[in-house]
Design a protein around this ligand. Sequence first.
Ligand code: DAK
Length: 262
Amino acid sequence: MSFENIIFEIDGAIAVIRFNRPKALNAINPDVLKEVNQAMDQVEANSGVKVLILTGEGDKAFVAGADIAHMVNLTPLQGRKFSRDGQELMFRLEALPIPVIACVNGFALGGGTEIAMACDFIYASENAKFGQPEINLGIIPGFGGTQRLARLVGKAMARELCMTGAMISAAEAKEIGLVNKVFPPDQLWEETMKTARVLASKGKVSMKAAKQCINRGYEVDLRSGCYMEADGFAVCITSPDQKEGMSAFLEKRKPEFKGELS
Ligand code: DAK
């Protein structure tokens, strides 16, 4: 399947979706959302893929937000559909059983910050910029930004970013806990791939369980989250990867995880 607004590649266990509208700083419109969903269909259908990376084509932007030219004349119903479609994509990224890394190589504004927040890891280049500038356009974040940002960095910083519309540097984003790691621009891709390869070497069942317990458990009270963890643990303890991981330890060798999700 060929795409016009993204570049999609699978190299062994690692799939890459590259937002590819560099002339509009990779801004997101409904066609982008549709193509990302189609690429994710392929990721889900390919049991060999163990990590997904999202990044932006060009050296200026990850995603500079939702496409303002698309949004300018939306009716309320169209606006709601665009917002819901975006929100569903974020939920889909969070629910994907494999880890997702946002490799943020420039502007990640509005919908760009929102996509990055739905990923499991945010790795950023030193020149990346984050923010929720929607207030400057007379709107609010529509792809879950008001909710995820507050959960990730706390209400105070979420209010600061959403209510002033200020852009922050990668270093500031790291300081407030939005970003995992920051690298010089020429090292960002290799460092992202290094982590992707580490993640790809782990067992699928335990990776899925860890991701789900953290993401879903964060939405509920501690005791309910711990019940989820116990269920996740129960699934892991009977999986082929658990046999391999523990046998490898006892036999003093490196594990080779080959287990499937079902
Ligand atoms: N949409 C469309 N085009 C964009 C764009 C965007 N978000 N960002 C940049 N571009 C385009 C520019 O118009 C320009 O196009 P040409 O003039 O060359 O044709 C080209 O990309 C290069 O941009 P600049 O010339 O402005 O480049 P600079 O380096 O000077 O500035 C910038 C870079 C990122 C600081 C600046 O472009 C900028 O401020 N861009 C807008 C950033 C922004 O406000 N992003 C948030 C968008 S709002 C909702 C659903 C979703 C959302 C909200 C509600 N519902 C439906 C309820 C989400 C909203 C957003 O994400």
